[in-house]
Design a protein around this ligand. Structure first.
Ligand SMILES: [Zn+2]
Length: 258
């Protein structure tokens, strides 16, 4: 029992560190920079960030959200991403324990977090994450209890195909490009990891979130339909919600008809 608690704390700390790495990916991948070198530096003054100023969450608090050298504000996004990945890691560990499921799903959910924040900033989902994500998800299906490799393969085709179909119809009807190719590859990746049966729920949850949050953001911005809202973050959130709460949601829905 005590050792389990220690492992749980360790999984949370590991998540924080991986979240720190996720921040590097979010910042550098869209710029085409290496994620391994050079070491992190302040985007404002360029001074290298020392290891003791690079401790997840804590450094942000100690430095009061400012660069030690130039006092330029550090984005609150850094500790937020670290906390999100920390919590995901803890949740996955609680569900799967020390296992390859824990590691594989950490890769999957971590990728979703990186994709979310890159899409929010740049309105693009980098192929360098989604395409390997499709392949790794398919290969993982041979190890994971679910989905089967066939469900995963159908998930890739259905995920890619379903959004492609929606995108084509949307474009035909409105004459505008609604969904980017990035979203299509992302849903193919989600299909690879979660299997095709998860897709209708993921798309439904994502659309509801998109209407509520995206619609709210549109109204708040006052710019109406001229603002382009990225759909990737909603697909990622929808996947995470279904991944962690799917069986409860489906159970609740089924109970309405009993
Ligand atoms: Zn600085």
């Amino acid at each position: 029992m005590a050792s389990h608690t220690i492992f749980s704390i360790f999984s949370f700390l590991l998540g924080l560190v991986l979240g720190s790495f996720a921040n590097v990916c979010i910042y550098r991948l869209p710029l085409g920079k290496s994620i391994v070198s050079p070491p992190s530096s302040c985007p404002h003054c360029g001074s290298q960030i020392r290891f003791y100023d690079n401790i997840p969450v804590l450094s942000y608090i100690f430095l009061k959200g400012k660069c030690r050298q130039c006092k330029a504000p550090i984005s609150l996004q850094y500790p937020i991403v670290e906390l999100i990945v920390g919590i995901l890691s803890l949740a996955l560990f609680t569900r799967y324990g020390v296992s390859y499921q824990y590691i594989l799903y950490l890769i999957f959910t971590g990728s979703l977090v990186i994709i979310t924040f890159i899409d929010l900033h740049h309105k693009v989902i980098p192929d360098i994450i989604s395409l390997p994500g499709i392949i790794i998800g398919f290969l993982a299906s041979f190890l994971l209890p679910y989905p089967t490799w066939l469900d995963s393969a159908i998930g890739i085709v259905a995920g890619g195909g379903a959004l492609l179909l929606i995108a084509v119809i949307f474009e035909k009807v409105t004459g505008k490009e609604g969904m980017g190719g990035g979203d299509i590859k992302l849903l193919a990746m989600i299909g690879a990891w979660m299997g095709w049966k998860a897709l209708p729920f993921v798309v439904l949850i994502s659309s509801i979130l998109g209407i509520i949050i995206g619609g709210g953001a549109l109204v708040a911005s006052g710019k109406g339909m001229r603002v382009k809202i990225p759909f990737g973050p909603f697909l990622a959130m929808g996947s995470l919600i279904y991944f962690f709460f799917g069986s409860s949601i489906v159970g609740w829905y089924a109970s309405l008809f009993v």
